[in-house]
Design a protein around this ligand. Structure first.
Ligand code: PLP
Length: 219
């Protein structure tokens, strides 16, 4: 099955790189049964992009101890649902959302794990903050006890050639090192998807987000 194969490739790349790499299975648009089957093989972390879809799936999968990652762009009117229902938010890119995320984190829950999304290919129209804005945003997050800053996330330009993608990964790694020097508890660099996860791990990713290679193409 695809899962065992991808899992083995992630682990092999991590061994070559000399550090651990967490696999987040990106299950957007895929049915609950597919998530359940992968959970039965030992997968724990799942990534979703759309809140309504994610909340419905979480309800049906309540009997499993899964870890949910929000990886889609975050709208301000969704802060409450994200903070109440997810374990990780990988796409925080502006200060405006920080107070609401903090306020809505349920009292009995551990802090929401947060990654700052960086728009590392400046010419793309993707969300994410500018590299220069990371430090200020990180300070803001660190001042809120409902949130726990864990690191950075990026979606480098998909159509860039391999060398250019390598450049983006290296730029992210450098930013990540700077963040680690300035803040405690920074242990996660999330980059790499179905097409490039091995390269991303070799360039320093400690977390990869894989959809298509695990679940097949999306409609
Ligand atoms: C959909 C998505 C992925 C997975 O992409 P694949 O190419 O299917 O592996 C990873 N990260 C983010 C942010 C996504 O939206």
């Amino acid at each position: 099955m695809a899962y065992q194969d991808i899992r083995a490739r992630v682990d092999a790349a991590a061994r070559r790189a000399g550090h651990a790499a967490t696999l987040v299975a990106v299950s957007k648009t895929k049915p609950v049964a597919a998530i359940r089957a992968m959970a039965a093989l030992g997968q724990r972390a799942f990534g979703e992009n759309y809140i309504q879809e994610a909340v419905a799936k979480q309800g049906e999968l309540r009997d499993l101890a899964l870890e949910w990652h929000m990886i889609g762009p975050l709208q301000s009117n969704k802060c409450r649902e994200v903070s109440e229902r997810f374990d990780w938010l990988q796409t925080l890119d502006r200060e405006k959302l920080v107070p609401a995320l903090h306020r809505y984190r349920p009292a009995g829950s551990p802090p929401l794990n947060v990654l700052i999304q960086v728009n590392i290919d400046a010419e793309s129209s993707k969300s994410g903050c500018a590299p220069e804005a990371v430090q200020t945003l990180a300070e803001n997050i660190a001042g809120h006890s409902g949130l726990k800053l864990r690191g950075l996330m990026a979606i480098p330009e998909p159509h860039a050639d391999g060398a250019r993608r390598g450049d983006a990964f290296r730029a992210m790694r450098q930013l990540y090192s700077g963040l680690q020097a300035a803040f405690a508890g920074i242990d996660t660099l999330s980059m790499g998807m179905s097409e490039d996860f091995e390269l991303a791990i070799e360039e320093g990713a400690t977390m990869v987000r894989i959809g298509t290679a695990l679940f097949g193409a999306r409609q």
